[in-house]
Design a protein around this ligand. Structure first.
Ligand code: PEP
Ligand code: MG
Length: 867
């Protein structure tokens, strides 16, 4: 098969065979743009090389033909004393891997052709400058000579002569440098520099094929999930010289601003230089405006071509160009890398310009990147100067900086005193909520992505890093130790919830804003998506945030979160510690009064959007005092002796609380708590009815594992509703649904559906129970499982399709065999994860529900899932 294609023979759809660069050079050639002539050795030639460790005879024959053709089109030949052919050899895989593989320029120069070039161009300085570049690149790429060695020679020369820049080097200086560079060869096992251009070319091709397997390329491919099997193409191209004099230059351009997305040619330019001077940052380039001023016709020609290429590729382009003696050449075009914000702006603008469809725009944006746009970030320049103290799980994205406090109370006090606070704890309990609210970020040394701290941080849209197990918090002496570094109360730290990294000191942050194009894109996403996107919200503030992000309603209100405010905690404690039903009456009335107002607020905000309220879920002892100090305080508050309090607390303690007395099991043993919550819901609904808003409550029962259990709890709830309806002469439209969190419920879902109006998968508990992993303790082993490849990802973050997903499919199929139209949601943390959303869309999920800040991410992912 053919292994070499002239540029004129290829096109942009041949990326697999010609690599991205080769395919684009071919495409531009065929568009009639000024591209220096050349040809591409295919990725198949690379595979053949990898297999046999040499260039095949067939390839060598084709190469001779291709070189002959190149000589004919350019009028130049290797070794010519009057018009020598000089070429570049560049790598180019199907997926761009910037800077990872090798490039050699100026091949064809040797001791004789350098003289010819000097005479031909009347510019000996340029000729020797080009030769020394070849010697350095070739030595480095082909023989592994260190770049530093060559740089040092250059630096020494400049220092010796007192020069500021490479441009001060004279022809004689460069001649000497060429000698010194050549002397780097021919010692040890490094052969002499090959004088034959053909030998140079063959060695360069070998080196580029080899560079596919160099260490940095392998690391890059792993990082970016690029297949090892692709291989690279090799592009051989006639040289054009930006370093040929004052009427020459080189530049790199983006057709739009890659930071902001603004439609403006964004370019950097260097007079009298070769391309790698710009890329490698050797000289500080100038703005393209300099070109516009000095060579306006060059600028106009380039701007026209840039616009043409952008329209042709229908995306922002990253271009390399060179001007040689007042003639413009294009050396490369590829889709430009950009910030998340620029990506959104460009995609939306391209739709408005009629270049792409809305669907294409939606598909071009990585949903995760939307999340990054909604949170502040560390200033990139500041970040680059810092070293990471330690890393945990990136539980809730954003950047925060503040002073460390180790207890919720201290954090709250400090925050009230106007300080910016980071709450750092071994782990957190629900009681820390106020301290968490007062903090810029939460850092824990234990816990996984769905641990309490993580869920709460995401819910509040505040920053969180959990499971940073190198941190040891010593509450007694108010300090934390990481390696040998001590962090004391009040010390400044900076927390990157997007990466999980912690830094000492104060890093600068930049505030992210949601601008017009993002909301346009999200509107399109909403029209496109078939799944609904709801939010998990426990407070009007959370819900308002989600509504700002256009959530369809509430998929989960965790009512227990409403009990952790101090005055409520008191009533909750009185309730739990009461000796009998009679003693529970007074606190229940108090709690109902407070909770009905919570529900009223949420319903009122929702208007005609759905609000799904889940009845009490966690084990009761979570509400009880934990240590002796607290026992003393609570004993005073509720007027129970410390002894009795200790007894009651111990009685409620469980060895496995997550598998214990929680969820609807509480309804069976403490029915009055659920009854109270139902009354609170009903009272809120009646109040809104009086105000002219009709609410249809959705009541959700946690932790169900069977139909009889669900039917029992449903009866409890309905009895209460029926009694109140009769009392108020009011007909209520309501639904009662089941959280699907127990494997047993999933496999008996046909029965469970008989007692349920909807399902909602609680994937946090379902994952915990399917794997048998405690969701609050996975931080200790999960990172190692992922590192060792035992798990592809944390199943609490991305749904485990094979296991948990199989249970979900069974539950959906069985549930809908009983009720074909059964609405089925997902309200665990994976409900906001793009990869999981793709799966949920495929298995017929009706809606996902996620924390407010994930709503836009989930919306975009849902739209993509349908496209
Ligand atoms: C779940 O288990 O997925 C869920 C949403 O409930 P919670 O996280 O409150 O247990
Ligand atoms: Mg749950």
């Amino acid at each position: 098969t053919k292994q070499i294609y002239a540029f004129s023979e290829g096109n942009m759809n041949m990326r697999g065979l010609l690599g991205g660069k080769g395919a684009n050079l071919a495409e531009m050639t065929n568009l009639g743009l000024p591209v220096p002539h050349g040809f591409t050795l295919t990725t198949e030639a690379c595979h053949d090389y990898q297999e046999h460790q040499r260039l095949s005879d067939a390839l060598l024959t084709e190469l001779d033909t291709a070189l002959d053709q190149l000589s004919q089109t350019t009028g130049k030949t290797f070794n010519s004393q009057t018009n020598p052919l000089l070429i570049s050899v560049r790598s180019g895989a199907a997926i761009s891997m910037p800077g990872m593989m090798d490039t050699i320029l100026n091949i064809g120069l040797n001791d004789e052709t350098v003289v010819a070039l000097a005479e031909m161009t009347h510019n000996p300085r340029f000729a020797y400058d080009s030769y020394r570049r070849l010697l350095a690149m070739f030595g480095n790429v082909v023989y592994g000579l260190s770049e530093d060695g060559f740089d040092q020679i250059l630096t020494d020369m400049k220092q010796q002569k007192g020069y500021e820049s490479d441009l001060d080097l004279t022809t004689d200086d460069l001649r000497q440098i060429v000698q010194a560079f050549k002397a780097q060869y021919g010692t040890g096992n490094v052969p002499a520099f090959p004088q034959s251009p053909k030998d140079q070319l063959l060695a360069a091709i070998n080196a580029v094929f080899e560079s596919w397997n160099n260490h940095r390329a392998q690391v890059y491919r792993k990082q970016n999930h690029i297949s090892e099997d692709l291989g690279t193409a090799v592009n051989v191209q006639e040289m054009v010289f930006g370093n040929a004099g004052e009427d020459s230059g080189t530049g790199v351009a983006f057709t739009r601003n890659p930071a902001t997305g603004e439609k403006q040619l964004f370019a950097e330019y260097l007079l009298n230089a070769q391309g790698e001077d710009v890329v490698a940052g050797i000289r500080t380039p100038q703005s393209i405006d300099v070109l516009k001023r000095d060579m306006p016709e060059m600028y106009n020609q380039f701007a026209t071509i840039a616009a043409k290429l952008e329209a042709h590729y229908r995306d922002m382009q990253d271009l390399e160009f060179t001007i040689e003696h007042g003639k413009l050449y294009l050396l490369q075009a590829r889709d430009g890398k950009r910030t998340p914000y620029a990506a959104v702006k460009i995609a939306v603008d391209l739709v408005h310009e009629g270049l792409i469809s809305e669907a294409e725009a939606l598909l071009r944006i990585n949903p995760e990147s939307v999340s990054a746009m909604l949170h502040p970030e560390f200033d990139a320049q500041d970040l680059a100067k810092q070293s990471v103290l330690t890393t945990g799980l990136p539980a809730s994205p954003g950047a925060a900086t503040g002073q460390v406090y180790f207890t919720a109370a201290d954090a709250k006090t400090a925050s009230e005193a106007g300080k910016k606070v980071i709450l750092m704890r071994q782990d957190t309990s629900p009681e820390d909520i106020e301290g968490m609210i007062a903090s810029q970020a939460i850092v824990t040394s234990r816990g996984g992505m769905t641990s309490h701290a993580a869920v709460v941080a995401r819910g509040m849209g505040s920053n969180g890093v959990v499971g940073a197990h190198e941190i040891n918090v010593d509450y007694q002496s108010k300090k934390a130790v990481v390696h040998n570094q001590e962090i004391h109360e009040g010390d400044w730290v900076s927390v990157d919830g997007t990466t999980g990294d912690l830094y000492l000191g104060q890093l600068a942050t930049s505030d992210a804003t949601v601008k017009g194009e993002l909301s346009t894109l999200l509107d399109w996403a909403k029209e496109t998506a078939t799944m609904g996107v709801y939010t998990n919200a426990d407070t009007p503030q959370d819900f308002q945030k989600a509504l700002d992000f256009d959530a369809d309603g509430i998929g989960l209100t965790r009512t227990e979160h409403m009990f952790f405010k101090p005055e409520r905690l008191l009533q909750m404690r009185r309730l739990i510690l009461a000796e009998d039903a009679a003693g529970r009456k007074a606190p229940l009335i108090e709690l109902q009064r407070m909770q009905q107002d919570d529900f009223y607020q949420l319903y009122k905000l929702a208007g005609d959007k759905a609000v799904t309220i889940r009845l009490l879920d966690p084990p009761l002892h979570e509400f009880l005092p934990h240590d002796e100090n607290e026992i003393q305080a609570v004993s005073q508050q509720i007027g129970l002796s410390p002894e009795r309090l200790r007894e009651r607390t111990n009685a409620l303690k469980e060895l496995n609380p997550m598998l214990g007395h929680r969820g609807d099991r509480l309804a069976v043993t403490f029915p009055d708590i659920y009854q109270m919550q139902v009354r609170a819901i009903m009272t809120a609904v009646l109040r809104l009815h009086d105000e002219g808003l009709e609410v249809h409550p959705h009541i959700m029962i946690p932790l169900t594992d069977s139909k009889p259990e669900m039917a029992w709890v449903r009866q409890l709830v309905e009895d209460q509703l029926t009694a109140m309806m009769a009392d108020q002469k009011f007909k209520l439209d309501y639904t009662i649904g089941t959280m699907m969190e127990m494997p047993r419920a999933c496999v008996t879902a046909d029965q469970v559906a008989e007692a349920s109006d909807f399902f909602s998968f609680g994937t946090n508990d379902l994952t915990q129970l399917t794997f048998g992993y405690s969701r609050d303790d996975v931080g200790s082993f999960m990172p190692e499982y992922i590192k060792q490849g035992i798990l592809p990802a944390d199943p609490f973050q991305t749904v485990d399709v094979e296991g948990v997903g199989a249970l979900m499919k069974i539950a959906i199929e069985k549930g809908r065999s009983t009720k074909p139209k059964l609405p089925i949601g997902v309200c665990g943390e994976v409900g906001g994860d793009p990869a999981s959303i793709t799966f949920f869309n495929a298995i017929g999920i009706t809606y996902v529900s996620c924390s407010p800040y994930r709503v836009p991410v989930a919306r975009l992912a849902s739209a993509q899932a349908t496209l």
